[in-house]
Ligand binder design. Sequence first.
Ligand SMILES: Cc1cc2nc3c(=O)[nH]c(=O)nc-3n(C[C@H](O)[C@H](O)[C@H](O)COP(=O)(O)OP(=O)(O)OC[C@H]3O[C@@H](n4cnc5c(N)ncnc54)[C@H](O)[C@@H]3O)c2cc1C
Length: 390
Amino acid sequence: MSDRDPQPVERQLPTDEASDLLALVREIAQREIAPKAAEEEDAGRFPREVFTLLSRSGLLGLPYDSEYGGGEQPYEVYLQVLEELAAARLTVGLGVSVHTLASYGLATYGTKQQQVEHLPAMLGGGLLGAYCLSEPASGSDAASLRTKAVRDGDEWVITGTKAWITHGGIADFYTVMARTGEDGPRGITAFLVPGDAPGLSGASPEKKMGMKGSPTAQVHLDGVRVGDDRRIGEEGQGFSIALSALDSGRLGIAACAIGVAQAALDEAVAYAGQRRQFGRPIADFQGLRFMIADMATQIEAGRALYLAAARLKDAGRPFSKQAAMAKLHCTDTAMKVTTDAVQILGGYGYTADFPAERYMREAKVLQIVEGTNQIQRMVIARHVAGPEGR
Ligand SMILES: Cc1cc2nc3c(=O)[nH]c(=O)nc-3n(C[C@H](O)[C@H](O)[C@H](O)COP(=O)(O)OP(=O)(O)OC[C@H]3O[C@@H](n4cnc5c(N)ncnc54)[C@H](O)[C@@H]3O)c2cc1C
C-alpha cells in the first residue's frame, strides 16, 4: 500500500556467503512469495511450486551436512532465512521449518547407510516432509501417544492416527513417532515413512483461523509396513529424538514469529506515515509513536534472544532453556505486535484490504504449535527452579 520501503533489518551475519544467501532469499521472498500471499491464503492454496524452487535453490536443507545435499549453514543464518520467508508468507517460513524438523531425526540419528540413501532427496531433491508426533488424544502430553508399531520379521506394521500434521496428506515423507514398547516416553520409536506407503492417507485439511494455505490434517496409518531399515535410532529412543528435534524446531518457530511481527510493524509504520487526521500524519501523535517504539524494541529483543540460543547451538552447547525462552518471547511478541498493528491501521486494520489482520491471525498459531507457551514456561521453570515435586 505504501510508496515507502520499510527500513532494512540490520542483521549481523557471520560471513559474506551468509550475506549473499540472505540477499537471495529476500529476492525470492519479494518476487515469488509475497505478491501472491494474500490471494493464495484467502483461497487456501498451498504453494508447492515455491517449495520446489526453494529446494532447487538449496534452501530446504540449510542447517545440514553438505555431504548429503545440505547447506551446512550455522543455525544463526538458517533462522534469519526463515525469518525473511515468514515475513513474506508464514505458510512458507513455517513449512520450511517443519520440513527441517521432519528431516532432523534421520540427519542426526540415522545410520550412515540411511543418510546416504535418503537424505539427498530430502534435503535438496524436491521432497517435502512432515513431522508426526501429535495425536487426537495426546497433544501437550505427547508421551502418551497410542499409534502402534508392531514388529513382523524385518518389518514394522504401523497403525494409528496422527493429528494436526502440517503437510499431512501432501508430504513425500513422514517422520512418525509410534509406540513399540511400554507406556510412557521410553516405549516410543521413530520411523521414516514414505508418503506413498500403502495404508497411509491424509484426512481433509482442518479449517483454520489463519495460515489457510498450509494444509494441517490428520494422517491415518492403517497397517502401514516399513522395513527395519526405516527405523530411526534405537528402539525406545523415539521420544528423545522427537524432543531433541523440537528444541531446534522451536527456534524455527521463534524466527518465523519475528518475521511476522516485523512485517506487521513495517505495515503499521508505512500506514501511519500516510494516514492523516487532525491535519497531520497519525505517525506524529505520541500515542502511536510510543506504540511503534515498543513494537520495534520487542522485535529486536526477540531477534537477539533467538540468535543467542542459535549461537549456543552452533557452538555445541546446551540451548534447550534458551530455545524455550525464545519460542515463548518471540511468539508472544508476534501476537502483541500484530494486534497493535491492527490498532494503528484503525478500521482499515480490521479489513482484509490490508495484511495486518492476516498477520494477527497467523501470530496466534505460533503460541500453540511445537509446545504451547504454557509448556514452554514449564520447560523454562524446570531449568530455572528444578523439577516439580522434589
Ligand atoms: C496449525 C497447526 C499445525 C500443527 N502442526 C503439527 C505438526 O506438524 N506435527 C505435530 O506433531 N503436531 C502439530 N501440531 C499440534 C500442536 O503441536 C499441538 O496442537 C500442541 O502441542 C498442543 O496440543 P493440543 O492441541 O492437543 O492441546 P492440549 O495439550 O490439549 O492443551 C490444551 C490447553 O491446555 C494447556 N495445557 C496442557 N497441559 C498443560 C500443563 N501441564 N500446564 C498448563 N497448561 C497446560 C495448553 O497449553 C493449552 O492451552 C499443529 C497444531 C496446529 C494448530
